[in-house]
Design a protein around this ligand. Structure first.
Ligand code: FES
Length: 141
């Protein structure tokens, strides 16, 4: 873990489940690491590849996308599209010599405030172990 490294993380949270889960984590005063900048989207499927790659190119050290559990998406198939897109995105990151672990897709429901805290804390720890994104100083695109 890089000493004193405070990761810059972007979190795209689906409005119906994960954002509400984040809200619950906050209202129940769970401890959540403070590195994630949250952007509310209507569905995880709304987060196209460009939004993830742009965040990384603009200096994010990691990107978390969180949505409803499979079968619970309010737009029926949205999170399945997101899951397929993520598999491709990880391969794109590998081709750019960027660790695929810098992006993560998680399912968090509105009642899972504790899970939200765990996911964010674990993702923060993982990115802290990886260190700063090489794109910060050496963009390859
Ligand atoms: S509405 Fe939550 S993932 Fe689609």
């Amino acid at each position: 873990m890089t000493q004193n490294f405070k990761p810059n993380l972007v979190g795209y949270l689906c409005n119906w489940c994960s954002y509400a889960g984040a809200d619950l984590a906050g209202s129940t005063k769970l401890e959540v690491k403070p590195f994630l900048s949250v952007i509310r989207v209507m569905c995880s499927s709304r987060v196209n590849s460009n939004l993830v790659l742009s965040a990384l190119l603009w200096g994010a050290d990691g990107v978390l996308v969180a949505g409803c559990h499979p079968g619970d998406c309010h737009y029926e198939q949205g999170n399945y599209y997101a899951r397929r897109r993520f598999a491709l995105l990880k391969k794109i990151l590998e081709s750019l010599d960027l660790e695929p672990e810098r992006i993560q897709l998680s399912w968090i429901s509105a009642s899972e405030g504790k899970r939200y805290a765990e996911v964010v804390n674990e993702f923060s720890d993982k990115i802290m172990r990886l260190g700063p994104s090489p794109f910060e100083t050496n963009p390859k695109i």
